[in-house]
Design a binder for this molecule. Sequence first.
Ligand code: PEP
Ligand code: MG
Length: 757
Amino acid sequence: MTEAGGSVSATRRLLRRLRDIMAGSGTAQERLERIVRVVASEMVAEVCSAYILRAGEVLELFATEGLRPEAVHRTRLRVGEGLVGVIAATARPLALADAQSHPNFAYRPETGEEVYHSLMGAPILRGNRVLGVLVVQNRTLRHYSEDEIEVLQTIAMIVAELAASGNLVNPLEIAQSHGGVALPVRIVGVRLNAGLAIGPAVLHEPRVVIRQVVAEDVDAELGRLRGAVRAMREAIDELVEASREFGDGEHHDVIETYRMFAADRGWVTRIGDAIRSGLTAEAAVQKVADDTRTRMMQVSDPYLRERLFDLEDLANRLQQHLAGRPLSAAWAELPPEFILVARAMGPAELLDYARRRIMGLVLEEGSPTAHVAIVARAFDIPVVGRVGDATSRIEAGDIVVVDGDHANVLIRPSADIQQSIGAAVEARSRRRAYYETLLSVPAITRDGIAIKLMLNAGLLLDLSQLATTGAEGVGLFRTEFPLMVRDTFPNVEDFTEYYERVFDQAEQRPVFFRTLDIGGDKVLPYLPHAAEDNPAMGWRAIRIGLDRPAMLRQQLRALIRAARGRTLHLKFPMVAEVAELDRARALVDIELTRAAREGRELPKSVKIGVMLEVPSLLWQLPALCERIDFLSVGTNDLLQFLFACDRGNPRLADRYDALSAPMLALFREIIACSSDAGTSLSMCGDLAGNPLEAMVLIALGFRTLSMAATAIGPVKTMIRTLDTGAIAAYLDEIGSRPDHSLRPKLEAYARDHEIAL
Ligand code: PEP
Ligand code: MG
C-alpha cells in the first residue's frame, strides 16, 4: 500500500474487499486463499501468508500468495520457532526490513522464501488467544510504516473471524490439546488474598464476539460510539455512587481512578480514528484494546501493567453498551455461591458481582497491588492470581478450590478431596466464630502475664478489623500501601485528610505510623527508580526519605497536622545506623517547628521509634535506645539480612528457621538492651502472627506483638493456654543448641503441655 500509505480511503477499500470475501461463497479455506491474494496486491507485497494454530502449539501454513503452493499444509512451525513463531509467542506484530539476519529466522526450503528480505507479521488474535499469524513479505529491503503495521493488524482481526469459525481447524482439536479436560489439576499461582473456598466455577467472560468487523456506514458507527460512551460514563458515575455504600476506603479511590480513565479523551479519539479507517464500532474498540495491550505488555513496571486491566475492563464495558445489553456473567443466572474465574478483572467488574456470593476468585493475571485485589480484600474474598490458562482449563460448573493461603487452585478435585476441603472450610468458619467470642477476652497467660496484641494494617479498610479482633491499636501502619494504588504522589492536604481518617477510625487506640517504605519491590509509578541488582538492599525506605527530604517532610507534615491534639507514634523503616535516625528526627523537629509557627494545633506528644530490620543496629543498641521511645522488630527483613536469605524467593522460604539459636540469641540481646534503657519494645514482623513463634517470643520477654487481623484469634488462644515461666525455663535449656531448627522440640513441648497452637 505504498502509494496510498496508511491512507484512510485505501484502508477502507481494502476492508470492503475483504468484507465481500467474508460475505461471499466458498469454504473457509477458499475464502482464506482469496484474502491472502487481495492483501498481497493491496499491500504491494510479493507474499502474503496465513499460518493457523493447530494442536500441539503448531502453526501451519494454510494459505499463501507468493510462496510455493506445495508448502501449504506442509510447512509447520512451533510457537516460538522462526519469526512467525515469535509473533505467535509474543502476540505482538513484528516488522523487519532485513528479516533473514534476525536470529530467529528459520529457513524452510519448501517455501522458496530465501529471496524475500523484508517481513511484517501480525498475530491473529481472538479474545486474548493467538489463533495464527498473518505475514507479508517483500523481495526488497522494505521499511514498513507504523500505518502499514496497523492495517495488517486490522486485517488479522478479519482473518480471526474465519479462524474462530471452526471451519478451518476443528475447535475440539485445540481444546483437547490443552490437556485432559476432565482430569483434576492443581495450579500454583500467586496469593492475592488469603483464605480458602470451594464452589462451582462461573467464568467471567464479558468479551463480545464481533460479528461484523467492516463498517457499512462510518458516520452511523461514530454515532453509535458517541451514544455508548455517554451511556457508559453515566453508568460509571452510578457505580461510583453505589460503591460508597461499601464504606469509604481505597476501593472507592480505585473506582474514582477508573472514572478518570473513562473520561480520557485520547482513548475515545483512537477508537473514533479506527472507525474512520472502516471498522465497526465494536471492532474499533477491540482494535484499540489490542493495540494498548500490545504496547503495555512491553512495560516492565508491574504497576503500570495493572492499569492495563482497568483499561480492558473499560473496553469490555463499552462493548456492553454498544451491544445494548450486559455481557458479563454478573447479570446472568448464577449459582447461589460460586468461584469466579477470569483472565483479568478491573475493580469495577468485581463490584458488579458485589451483591452475589463470590466465594473465591481465580485470575490468570494480577499482582498483590492490583486494584481488583484491593477490592477483593475489602470483601474478604480469597484470591489466587497468575493461574496460567485458568479460563481455558476451567469449565463453567467445574468444582474449584481457591486456596489463597498456599497460592494454589485445585480444579475438579476428587470427591474425597472435595469433602476434606469442605470440612476445612467449615472448620475455618467455626474457628472464626470461636475467635469472635474472644473479642473482649484479655490476652493473658495462665501465669497472669498480659500481652498486648496489635494490628498490622496498610489500608483504611483494614482499620475496621480493630473492632472485629479486639486489637489494642495498630502496631504497624504501612503508609506506602495507599500510595501504591494511586497514580500520583498525594499533596500534603490529601495526605493529611487520609491520616485524619486513620486516626478517626482508630478512635482512641494508638496507631504506629511507619514512614514510607518504598523502593525494593514497592515501586511507585510516579517516582523514577532505576533497576537495582539487589533492590531489598538498595535505595529504599529511610534511604530514599533522607535523600529526598522534601518527600519525607511532606509526609511528616501531614502526619503532624492529622495528629492534632493526639499522640503521634512515628517509626522509621530500614534504619542501619544511629546517624540516620538523628537525621530523620531533625526533619520531624523542623516540621514541628513549622506547624507551631503556622499556629496549628500540635500533636499531644510525638513518640519516635525505629524498625529494627538491619543487623548493624544490634551493635548500636545503647546509643539507639537512648534516643528513641520505642523499638519495633521487623523480622521479615531482619531474618533475610541475618541469614542472607531473600524473603521473596520461594526456593528459600523454608531454608532457615527463625526458631534457632542465632535468632533467639539476637532477640535476647534486643530485649536486654531495651529493658536496660527503659525503651518499649514490640515485634511487628510476620513471625509474631504464628502461635508457635509467638509462644517463643513471649517466653523470651516480648510483651507487645503486632500482626495481621487473622492471626489475632489464634495467637490469643495460644496465650491463654501458656505458662510463661515454664516455657521460659525450657527455652533456657534448649535455646542455644546448634540445631538447624528447634521447631520440632517446641512443637512437642506445646503438645505435651496442652498449649493451643
Ligand atoms: C518487616 O520487615 O518485618 C516489616 C514488618 O516490614 P515489611 O514487611 O513491610 O518490610
Ligand atoms: Mg521491613
